[in-house]
Design a protein around this ligand. Structure first.
Ligand code: SF4
Length: 328
């Protein structure tokens, strides 16, 4: 393998090219290089088989192609700038061989933990990734319900197949398995919260993404999610993954969260920490501005929130100061 793609911000930190970064990535992001499009056809993705989008893009980030040897040397020299390496892959024949080679070579270049984010692989292939030195694996469910999955990813994948791959990954990687969920594909807040609980109960780490319309994809005219709704889901996720609340303790009105199932003191303390609103996923992954322009609105904060930002998030949540509920 001679070349891979490097997320723009990662390349800046590695010194591969120059650029201004509002916030530096704490995870180095690489993407397998493949001539042509992904063989799958997810409707939000610029790499998809039938998309007419720029192939240098993944979400709203540009990933220029670069020589692997030089990337590995730069990762070796700059490994203290990062907490993790994430290797992502589009779907094509022999992708597993490429992933294993890339994991082994990154492993040889630095001591950083490596996440691999890939299509639902067979158990034997997931085992190969572990043997090559991957620390975690992520299979992106993206959709919160089987119906939305079918609509958005159904031409190439099945909900059951993804869950099965996540189960196989759990058997091999233990609690070092992640998945991505995209808010804004048509699910209700309740459906997203129930998906977060379902995955948490199965020991799977969840990373929240805000749907980002990309031109040249079938969903290019769909709007990004409402920011207040995204904040409620971020807060619910944080309470669930830290075992402070459960989906079944929360209350919903027309699919919308109106109560988080914990006392007002816990909600206030959690919101004031700012932690629920930071990028979620594998440890050490901040994915700066993957979903949004640095000009905002910022869905996933790639660093600690300032006091002003916490005040803004609090007003977006519209919490009721007298009761445990959210104001309508
Ligand atoms: S959460 Fe971050 S490090 Fe983990 S698979 Fe997703 S993008 Fe990669």
């Amino acid at each position: 393998m001679e070349h891979v793609k490097v997320a723009f911000g990662t390349g800046v930190v590695l010194g591969l090219w120059h650029g201004q970064l509002a916030v530096a990535p704490t995870t180095a992001h690489l993407l397998t290089h493949h001539e042509g499009r992904c063989s799958a056809n997810c409707k939000f993705c610029p790499q998809a088989r039938e998309a007419a989008a720029d192939l240098r893009m993944l979400s709203r980030v540009v990933w220029p192609r670069f020589e692997l040897k030089k990337i590995l040397a730069a990762i070796g020299e700059n490994s203290n700038e990062f907490e993790r390496v994430c290797i992502q892959a589009v779907n094509y024949p022999n992708v597993v061989d490429d992933l294993c080679e890339l994991v082994a070579r990154v492993r040889g270049a630095c001591g950083l933990p490596i996440s691999v984010s890939c299509q639902p692989l067979k158990a034997g292939d997931i085992r190969k990734l572990a043997d090559a030195g991957a620390e975690r694996v992520s299979v992106a469910l993206d959709a919160a319900t089987p119906e939305i999955f079918e609509r958005v990813k159904g031409s190439s994948y099945t909900w059951g197949g993804h869950l099965e791959a996540l189960e196989h990954a759990r058997a091999i990687f233990g609690d070092r398995v992640s998945t991505h969920l995209i808010v804004g594909l048509g699910e209700s807040e309740r459906e997203m919260v129930e998906a977060l609980q379902f995955l948490h109960d199965r020991g799977i780490t969840t990373a929240l993404f805000a749907f980002t319309p990309i031109s040249g994809t079938p969903l290019s005219s769909r709007p990004p999610p409402d920011i207040a709704s995204y904040r409620r889901i971020q807060l619910a996720r944080f309470l669930i993954v830290n075992n402070l609340s459960k989906a079944k303790r929360m209350r919903f009105d027309g699919g919308r969260i109106v109560n988080f199932g914990v006392g007002r003191d816990v909600v206030n303390k959690t919101v004031k920490s700012g932690e629920p609103f930071r990028t979620s996923g594998c440890p050490g992954c901040n994915r700066p501005f993957y979903n949004e322009s640095p000009r905002g609105p910022i869905y996933n904060y790639p660093r600690k929130l300032t006091r002003d930002e916490i005040a803004m998030v609090t007003s977006q949540l519209n919490l009721n100061e007298d009761q445990d509920d959210i104001l309508k």
